[in-house]
Design a binder for this molecule. Structure first.
Ligand code: URA
Length: 210
């Protein structure tokens, strides 16, 4: 049985995250730290990928060398903040296939509405890692994973930077099979659905839009 939640407490992750939370941190620094953390989180989320061996020749002799097994994995960015995690993870797993899910919140119904969906083929045969820095209410994450499942994905993990207890509970209820890997579980959501203490609006902080 895989654990539903992995909280990565590595000192490097925690140190970098604290700098990112600080409102005095610049956009450039925030983006660089996000790239660095995304690679450390990707290291954790891929820890138990299936392996096989391939016969290779070293300069000394032939050996059965360990290599990743199965189809190339799929990284799916939940727009727009997911793109900040995507770049770093792709550096670590350059042959991964990439998809995008775009959702916005309808202000009347408060329900997520899809405006973009493009994912790699044969999703059912791939490990799918959905990336979004903030698991807040969980509404958009749950909707994005609903869509990935509709598109055939059966083996999905969710990579984020910060999670709220509310978001974790919502995901567990809707998608108990989807493992969450996060650098922190914060205290709560405020009335506007922001994570507290959090780091503010992740998209604005990484793209400098505020
Ligand atoms: N999205 C953000 O960017 N920040 C939050 O705190 C919650 C959702």
């Amino acid at each position: 049985m895989t654990e539903h939640l992995i909280h990565v407490q590595h000192p490097l992750v925690q140190h970098k995250l604290s700098i990112m939370r600080d409102k005095a941190t610049s956009t450039a620094q925030f983006r660089q730290l996000l790239r660095e953390i995304s690679q450390l989180l990707a290291y954790e989320i891929t820890r138990n990928l299936p392996m096989t061996t391939r016969s290779i020749e070293t300069p000394m002799q032939t050996m059965d060398a360990p290599v990743l097994d199965g189809k190339k994995l799929a990284l799916v960015s939940i727009l727009r903040a997911g793109n900040g995690l995507l770049d770093g993870v792709l550096e670590l797993i350059p042959s991964a296939r990439v998809g995008f899910v775009g959702l916005y919140r309808d202000e009347k119904t408060l329900k997520p509405v899809e405006y973009y969906f493009k994912v790699p083929t044969a999703l059912k045969d791939r490990l799918v890692i959905a990336v979004d820095p903030m698991l807040a209410t969980g509404n958009s994450s749950v909707a994005a994973i609903d869509r990935l499942k509709q598109a055939g994905a059966v083996n999905i993990r969710f990579l984020c930077l910060l999670a709220s207890p509310e978001g974790i509970a919502r995901m567990k209820e809707a998608h108990p099979d989807v493992q969450i890997v996060t650098a922190a579980v914060d205290s709560h959501l405020n009335d506007h659905g922001y994570i507290v203490p959090g780091l503010g609006d992740a998209g604005d902080r990484m793209f400098g839009t505020k």
